[in-house]
Design a protein around this ligand. Structure first.
Ligand code: XMP
Length: 502
């Protein structure tokens, strides 16, 4: 694998991401973990916010680093640090160079093989190298002649810019060229990973019973199928809170049946609806659903010997790198409630997907024989249709949303648009307006259709669906769904809107 050592740059996770995209297994290590990083085939030292001249600047055990005998790439701070370790010096400056620069390699080889002329790279640093060690050669400069890439021989390289950000137009190529120097590095194959992870599960679980919650979503489905494939004693529990899409409960059960994994359903729709009665405040609704879900789930679990969770790598590195930030608190609320923390302390929590990114989970799912339609389902929020139902959640409102949503989703699937959008759904607009149905005046609610594209759900853009598709969807909804006399299309970007309505 490729060990990425974190010096605190906001981009460190992206380095891991890029290396994975290049087909090699990368793992992020906190500096404190070094040198316990297994047997890496290559090492990357990330950038960081500090200056190497500060008294408490993060340092690395250079002897241990050299001892691995594998290529090392220092990025930004990583490069400055290597330069000092090799006997050079760094010029500290208060002024930060931030933004694009041109890369002028000394020769079109090594890290820079195959690059276009004066490729754009992205800078974000204040220190610059001053004196260079005798062993050091400048392998690239910027357009002003300042050294921006160094080589010290024996596979040690440094680059001042950030190859991991997309603003470095050929950054991925540079990373790839670096990895090609690593003779001991094996490409990552999901089949090997599957075998390894299954062996790991068997060794940890033995003949204990493992409980996991399933929702029908990609992560929990892959998790359950993986456990089943490992042949351990697994209980997959599906809490049906009644806030699912139309016929979704049956679909989830059928899918699991199809894949040969037994699941237990806890039918809790009435309980959820009764607790939601009269509640209109969005955060209150979320709170009720979240807490009740946990109660119902643990009630069904009883005395668990082990619990498996579908935690993914982005959650792990996010909580590790900003342990105190708000972002990780949101996740904490989600995955690490008290009961789970207790089990975790006792070593009873299994997170076999915790090293994978989403697309790798899909690849694993594919190699486990999980059908395409399950692996490429749109994301669905934990509180379900409640966040698409402003105001009170009632059975008749849910049914309207489900019917409209099913019509819309089917149209998207039939036209090939489903796989091209990140998420699509129908939300109720519980405002009555006047219309005519037949010869009668109608006074009914509106439904809003929303379809967005997104990379990571942090930002989103609405999709320019064909008018014909919208026309047919609207026509069918107005004809088929009682209680709706108006169809709207949501053309709001995120930000400032969010993807969901609550
Ligand atoms: P927003 O509405 O915040 O949604 O733009 C971003 C993405 O997150 C999903 N979402 C949730 N997922 N539990 C989840 O598991 C939740 O409470 C939750 N709220 C929103 C939403 O569907 C979108 O993909």
């Amino acid at each position: 694998h490729v060990a990425v050592i974190d010096f605190g740059s906001q981009y460190t996770q992206l380095i891991v991401r890029r290396v994975r995209e290049l087909g090699y297994f990368a793992k992020l290590y906190a500096l404190e973990e070094f040198p316990d990083i297994g047997k890496p085939g290559a090492i990357i030292l990330s950038g960081g916010p500090k200056s190497t001249s500060e008294p408490d600047a993060p340092d690395i055990d250079f002897e241990a680093l050299s001892g691995f005998g594998v290529p090392v790439l220092g990025v930004c701070y990583g490069m400055q640090l290597l330069n000092i370790k090799f006997g050079g010096s760094v010029h500290a400056s208060d002024r930060r160079e931030y933004g694009p620069a041109k890369l002028v390699p000394a020769a079109p080889e090594g890290l820079f093989e195959g690059l276009s002329h004066e490729s754009q790279v992205w800078m974000s640093h204040s220190d610059t190298v001053e004196n260079l060690a005798d062993t050091c050669s400048v392998i690239a400069r910027n357009q002003h002649g300042t050294p921006v890439a160094l080589s010290w021989g024996n596979g040690f390289f440094g680059i001042q810019f950030h190859p991991e950000v997309t603003h470095s137009h050929e950054g991925t190529r540079i990373l790839h060229n670096f990895l090609l120097q690593a003779e001991k590095l094996e490409p990552f194959r999901i089949e090997d990973f599957k075998k390894e992870v299954i062996d790991g599960i068997r060794a940890t679980v033995g003949d204990k019973q493992v409980v996991c919650g399933v929702s029908g979503g990609v992560d929990s489905t892959v998790l359950a199928v993986l456990l089943n494939e490992a042949g351990v004693n697994v209980r997959a529990i599906f809490v049906d809170h009644g806030l699912m899409r139309k016929d979704e409960g049956d679909e989830v059960r059928n899918n699991f049946h199809r894949m040969g994994v037994p699941i237990e359903t806890v039918e809790a729709s009435e309980l959820f609806l009764s607790r939601l009665a009269g509640v209109t405040e969005p955060e209150k609704k979320r709170d009720i659903i979240g807490n009740l879900f946990i109660d119902v789930f643990w009630d069904a679990v009883g005395d668990a010997e082990m619990l498996a969770q579908g935690t993914l790598y982005p959650d792990v590195i996010e909580s590790a790198s900003n342990a105190k930030s708000k972002a990780s608190k949101i996740k904490t609320h989600h995955n690490r409630v008290d009961r789970i923390l207790e089990l975790q302390a006792e070593g009873k929590v299994l997170e076999p997907l915790a090293e994978l990114f989403k697309d790798e989970v899909r690849a694993l799912g594919k190699s486990l024989g999980i059908p395409h339609d399950i692996l490429h389902r749109h994301p669905f929020p934990g509180p379900g249709l409640a966040v698409r139902c402003p105001g009170e959640v009632t059975q008749d409102r849910l049914e309207i949303i489900q019917d409209c949503d099913a019509i819309f989703i089917n149209k998207l699937k039939d036209s090939g648009w489903y796989d091209r959008v990140w998420q699509a759904y129908a939300a109720l607009v519980p405002v009555k307006t006047v219309g005519v149905k037949g010869d009668e005046r109608s006074y009914e609610w509106a439904i809003a259709l929303r379809a967005v594209i997104s990379e990571d759900a942090m930002t989103a853009d609405w999709v320019e669906l064909p008018y014909q598709l919208l026309r047919e969807t609207s026509h069918e909804i107005l004809n088929e769904v009682a209680g709706i006399n108006r169809v709207l299309y949501d053309i709001s970007t995120k930000p400032p809107a969010s993807i969901e309505w609550e």
